[in-house]
Every structure is written in structure tokens, then in C-alpha cells.
Design a binder for this molecule. Structure first.
Ligand code: GLA
Length: 379
């Protein structure tokens, strides 16, 4: 029987091949699928992601000098740089996520020294499953282990977000990095993105999450994502002119938004209308999951998809089609696009007893995952 090699094995082998000696340890961080609460994190709202069993492994060893060497198995490339020379590099090259994380750790005053890392993963890249956050958080886990710094999931998620915002140039929220750093097995993570308070939400065993990949790839480095964020900020400015204590769309309800409608452009209004309703859905979905009410959970997912499609304009014909096909199967409670949108993956809530039939019905590239644990060291 053929031996299955895990990303951790490949990272270890890649490390030895690239650097000529054995790594000291391996850190792992998961990708995530967001169940609901899309484009709400950067509006100080709620999100409900869960970590998936697919992730990124980083084989690592400290160096005695202050250089960063990184080898990416997916690209067959090695980069070597003096850490003092790390400077923001826009463009979404894989090394930007590695270098950006080390840059953010050092800027926060953590005494990260030289590091060799080799990176291998099984999260599809650019598919809306937070592969870049998995790289950042696995690198952070490795860097902390290599320099004996205690692991703090929240702090590391913040630094990962800073790396992506300021080094890579994507104005992403905190969801992906926090999910990758702080999720726990068997649970989704309800996050208040304003306070960073979290609550674990158990996924009932009769429910399964199936990820359905459209195969369409996109990069958040493109302007669409940052455009959505800018539209939300325009809406906040317009509301704040009337009601000064509004700091984010979190502080705006549907009635207030209507009152301010005339003071903003139509695009900003439609984006904000999505957000003010979507912000509540993670709380409602957490209640539905706690009560075992999968029909209600599915209904919320369907409503989220419609809003992302019609108001936020981040769906695509392929995403709409896959969601329709999913819903046509009797085992499916609801389905929606997941992550930023513009391509990538959709997620369906499916009766566990019907998962195999459901996946055959949908066809193409699908997988189901139990909720996984956040970043940790392997071995
Ligand atoms: C990307 C970003 C997240 C979040 C989602 C949309 O995954 O990295 O911060 O904004 O898009 O919900």
C-alpha cells in the first residue's frame, strides 16, 4: 500500500533537502471555513468560523545569526534574507506572509532571532479557506517555539493581521488569523471582533460541514476586497455625521441606516445593509446550533448567501450554481459562499447520515471536515 505523506512529513523532508540538516520541530496551523458572519469582522461584528483538518506545517530550527531562510514546497522556492532588511513587499508572493509575520513579531518587541523554516500544506491556496492566515500562524507558532516565547493565540492573531494589513497590503479583519490560532476541536468559534471575546459553539454530531470548491482562484491582494472595506467606511462616515458615537457598522441598526441613507452613495448603502443584518447572524446561528435546530441554522446560511450575492456583490455564477445544487439535496439544511467570495469555496450544512450521498450529488471537488484544533506543535 502506498504510504500517505502528511504535510508535516513533507515539511521535514523539504527542510532537510533545502538546508542540509534536520529540523528541530514542526508547527501546524489550520485553515478555516466560516459558517456565517461574512465581511463583518472589519466592521467590529461577529463571525462564526471553525478550523478545518487541512492546514499548514512549518518545520523549523533557530539560527545563530539573524537571517530568515524559508523554503516553500508548493513553489519549490527558497528565500534568504537578513531579518533587519525585512520591509513590506506588496503583491501577495508567498514569502510576504512568512516575512510579514516575522516582521510583525519583531516590531511587537519579541526577541525573534534567526530562523530556518520549510512550509508544506494541504489547504488549497486562494480558495477562501484562509491559506495565508494558516501560513502566518504556523510561522508564528514555529518562531515562538524556536525562541521559547509563550504562545498567546489572541496576541498572535493580532500580529498576523498586522502582517497582512501592513506588510502584504490586504486590509483583512481578524477572523482568519484568530480562527487558525484559537479554535478548538469539535467546536466553531463565535468571535466578537470588537472585544475579541470568544465562545466555543459545539457542532452537533448529527451535523456535518461540507466544503465545495468551485475551482476558481482569486487573490485578496486585488482591489475588490479593499473596495468593500472602503464602502463600509463611507457608510460609517455618513452615519457618524448624524450620530457621532457611531464608530463602526456594529453600532448601526437597520433603522439608523435608513435615516442616514440620503447622506451616502447607493453602493455604500447596499454594502452597509448587508453588514447590519449579517452581523446578527453568527449569534443566531450559535443559538440554533446549541438548540440542535439545524433547519434554522441552514435558513440563516441561505439568507447570508442571498445578501452576499445581492447586496455585497461578492458571489459569482459558479458559487451561486454550487449553492443551488447543494440545496437541492434532501440532506442539505443550507449553503452559502464562505470567505471573502469572488470565487473559491462554498460551505453546506448537511445531515451527517447523508454526507456521502450529498457529496456524490454535488460532484466536483468537495470534502467534509470535523472542526479541528487551532495552531499547535506536532510530535
Ligand atoms: C477574508 C478576510 C477576513 C474576512 C473575510 C470575509 O477571509 O481575511 O478577515 O473579512 O474575508 O468575511
Amino acid at each position: 500500500m502506498a504510504q500517505v505523506t502528511t504535510p508535516a512529513d513533507r515539511a521535514r523532508e523539504g527542510f532537510a533537502g533545502a538546508f542540509g540538516y534536520a529540523s528541530l520541530g514542526v508547527a501546524w496551523a489550520p485553515g478555516r471555513v466560516n459558517l456565517i458572519g461574512e465581511h463583518t469582522d472589519y466592521n467590529d461584528g461577529f463571525v462564526l468560523p471553525m478550523a478545518i483538518e487541512r492546514g499548514v506545517s512549518v518545520a523549523f530550527a533557530p539560527r545563530t545569526d539573524v537571517r530568515l531562510r524559508a523554503h516553500a514546497l508548493a513553489f519549490g522556492e527558497t528565500r534568504d534574507l537578513a531579518i533587519a532588511e525585512l520591509a513590506p513587499q506588496r503583491g501577495g508572493h508567498w514569502f510576504g506572509y512568512v516575512a510579514g509575520m516575522v516582521w510583525a513579531l519583531r516590531r511587537a518587541g519579541l526577541s525573534i532571532g534567526g530562523l530556518d523554516v520549510a512550509i508544506a500544506g494541504d489547504v488549497p491556496i486562494g480558495a477562501g479557506l484562509a491559506s495565508s492566515a494558516a501560513v502566518e500562524i504556523a510561522v508564528a507558532r514555529a518562531a515562538c517555539a524556536a525562541t521559547s516565547i509563550a504562545w498567546n493565540a489572541r496576541a498572535m492573531a493580532r500580529l498576523g493581521q498586522q502582517a497582512e494589513n501592513e506588510f502584504v497590503g490586504v486590509s483583512c479583519g481578524i477572523m482568519d488569523q484568530l480562527a487558525s490560532a484559537a479554535c478548538e476541536e469539535g467546536h466553531a468559534l463565535l468571535v466578537d471582533c470588537r472585544s475579541l471575546e470568544t465562545r466555543l459553539v459545539p457542532i452537533p454530531s448529527k451535523a456535518s460541514l461540507v466544503v465545495m470548491d468551485t475551482g476558481v482562484r482569486r487573490s485578496l491582494v486585488g482591489s475588490e476586497y479593499n473596495d468593500r472595506r472602503a464602502a463600509c467606511e463611507r457608510a460609517v462616515q455618513a452615519v457618524r455625521a448624524m450620530t457621532p458615537d457611531v464608530h463602526a457598522l456594529r453600532d448601526v441598526d437597520a433603522a439608523l441606516l435608513e435615516r442616514a441613507r440620503g447622506a451616502m452613495d447607493e453602493v455604500a448603502y447596499r454594502r452597509a445593509l448587508h453588514v447590519v443584518h449579517e452581523i446578527r447572524r453568527p449569534l443566531e446561528m450559535a443559538d440554533a446550533l446549541n438548540a440542535g435546530d439545524l433547519s434554522e441554522a441552514g435558513r440563516l446560511m441561505d439568507a447570508s448567501h442571498a445578501s452576499l450575492r445581492d447586496l455585497y456583490d461578492v458571489s459569482s455564477p459558479a458559487l451561486d450554481a454550487i449553492v443551488e445544487i447543494a440545496r437541492a439535496h434532501p440532506a442539505c439544511f443550507g449553503a452559502r459562499l464562505t470567505g471573502a467570495g469572488f470565487g473559491g469555496c462554498a460551505v453546506a450544512l448537511v445531515a451527517s447520515s447523508g454526507v456521502e450521498e450529498f457529496r456524490q450529488h454535488v460532484g466536483g471537488s468537495t470534502f467534509s471536515s470535523r472542526p479541528a484544533a487551532g495552531a499547535h506543535l506536532l510530535e
